[in-house]
Ligand binder design. Sequence first.
Ligand SMILES: Nc1ncnc2c1ncn2[C@@H]1O[C@H](COP(=O)(O)OP(=O)(O)OP(=O)(O)O)[C@@H](O)[C@H]1O
Ligand SMILES: [Mg+2]
Length: 265
Amino acid sequence: MSPVLEVRDLEIAFGGVKAVDGLSFTANAKEIIAVIGPNGAGKTSAFNCITGFYKPTGGSVLLNGADITGKRPADIAHEGVSRTFQNLRLFHDMTVLDNVRAGMHLYGGQNFLDAIFHTPRFKRSEAHYTEEAHYWLDFVGYRGRRGVPIRNLSYGQQKQVEIARALARKAELLLLDEPAAGLNHSEKQSLLELVRRIRDLGTAVVLIEHDMGLVMEVSERIVVMNFGKEIADGTPAEVKANPAVIEAYLGKDDEDEEVPAHGDA
Ligand SMILES: Nc1ncnc2c1ncn2[C@@H]1O[C@H](COP(=O)(O)OP(=O)(O)OP(=O)(O)O)[C@@H](O)[C@H]1O
Ligand SMILES: [Mg+2]
């Protein structure tokens, strides 16, 4: 059986610079894969290529064995790929509930005329969407009010809503771009547990993350990028012991100035 996601020799260049330069990895159903690497390594660019926000300049992306390379974001989402963004992309003036429902409407195939004339069929589907939205907000552990605008929420709550919105699409593949960034310790613990529950739904989860403790604990496999290139792919134990990875994070002797002064604290 094909993996849910297969990335083959992926490449994207901006001007002459290759932000992603030969990335290959797979993700299976019920698997958690982490993509790590220093700032600017090309992690988000890789996600943007997989989800159609960037058109790769080389390589291919396969979803359940079918080539989706270069398709439009809406089409890729429709085929079962969902994501969150490093800089959250929620509608700030819309309510929590409407933000989650907005994700579903893109995929619900609602009839335009039904929507305009508020037919019984439209009302039934609206009720269904609302119920679903509540279900996914519960699933991510969102405890706040649901009829308030997004801008009233804490950052941690906004991140929960973004994941709920992504899940509401019932995607087979979920890409999370730095889900733990900006979260406190207990929020990170909840996130770790949530990512596992998402995996248990049968979803393939790929996450970009800088929090190494979380990455090591939650991932089955880790893909490491540096300067666009893939420098390692293995289990957490393998990656931790890989000299190329250690060098990418700590810098070589002749690049000492790049190591933060407090690095050995
Ligand atoms: N649209 C774009 N146009 C030009 N250059 C870009 C574009 N998107 C990304 N880049 C460049 O590609 C490189 C990789 O950026 P990317 O955002 O993918 O890194 P990242 O690994 O996600 O980093 P971080 O951990 O800081 O989020 C950077 O040099 C960035 O400036
Ligand atoms: Mg990034």
